[in-house]
Design a protein around this ligand. Structure first.
Ligand code: AMP
Length: 280
């Protein structure tokens, strides 16, 4: 696996691969890699001759400076994990490489998709995400790029951007990879104490139990909120039950082809966890 750190180096590399007719697969990440990330790499490698993974903790998508500061970073551990999968090139640029003209935000109207759920609590987050993903797409020019359903709203927004800007990249949507006890894998799980980590299984447990209830949308939301909040370690920030395409809250299950329940939960250790489950 090759490691490149500058835009000039990777641009040259990509040009020579394109000349040879290679199909390029790409997985953007913020590092602190786990099996969720590796599953995205395995999936994209099925379609590509050459796989690029980026590790870049993108400042423009953090609305909380403490969150940016405490975000886990361990390039050596990440390199080790990547040596077990088909990653041909690791791109790990500095902020000044990605944003040579300062942290300017891409001007793209997300038509309200960025105002729901995460958008209500992480102002500007998705504008930062589309800014960095568009910039990385422009540099790497992949044919395929994979994204995880763990960040469900992000996936919807990336698909929207690709369609709206007519970017010739196929987006591959990958299922959520979970720990054995059901907790969705996340780089932020590393920030949890063992005690809270063990109890965090309540999030997915409650979502799966709620999915089985024969109850109205509002009853399901109430059930999830009450159950998780009954453990003083956790506090639900939001639980939204939305149309999986428009991200609009649904009132009932009819008239919607696919429905997803999305949740954000704070732990008493100031770590924020998100998860979701398709309920129709
Ligand atoms: P991040 O490094 O958190 O920005 O995530 C990079 C990519 O990995 C995003 O497309 C995430 O949705 C995806 N991802 C993170 N965790 C998981 C998981 N547990 N299962 C599947 N994909 C994931």
């Amino acid at each position: 696996m090759e490691l490149l750190r500058t835009v000039l180096e990777i641009t040259n590399k990509i040009s020579s691969l394109k000349e040879k007719g290679f199909k390029i697969g790409f997985v953007p990440t913020m590092g602190a890699l786990h099996n969720g990330h590796l599953s995205l790499i395995n999936e994209v490698s099925k379609f590509s001759d050459y796989v690029v993974v980026s590790i870049f903790v993108n400042p423009t998508q953090f609305n909380n400076s403490n969150d940016l500061k405490s975000y886990p970073r361990d390039l050596e551990a990440d390199k080790k994990l990547l040596s077990n999968v088909k990653c041909d090139l690791l791109f790990a640029p500095e902020v000044s490489e990605v944003y040579p003209d300062g942290e300017k935000i891409l001007s793209l109207n997300l038509e309200g998709l960025d105002k729901e759920m995460e958008g209500k609590y992480r102002s500007g987050h998705f504008q930062g995400v589309v800014t960095v993903v568009k910039r990385l797409f422009d540099i790497i020019k992949p044919d395929f790029a994979s994204f995880g359903q763990k960040d469900f709203q992000q996936l919807v927004i990336i698909n929207f951007m690709v369609k709206k800007l007519k970017i010739p990249i196929t987006i591959i949507s990958c299922p959520i990879i979970r720990q054995e006890d059901g907790l969705a894998m996340s780089s932020r799980n590393m920030l949890l104490s063992q005690k809270v980590r063990t109890q965090a299984t309540i999030i997915y447990q409650t979502l799966t139990q709620a999915k089985k209830l024969n109850a109205s949308v509002s009853q399901i939301k109430e059930y999830i909120c009450n159950k998780i909040n009954s453990n003083p370690v956790f506090e639900v920030e939001y639980i939204s039950i939305v149309d999986s395409e428009t991200l609009q809250e649904v009132e009932d299950y009819s008239h919607h082809y696919k429905i997803t329940a999305c949740i954000a939960v704070w732990t008493n250790e100031k770590v924020r966890l998100i998860d979701n489950i398709q309920i129709k």
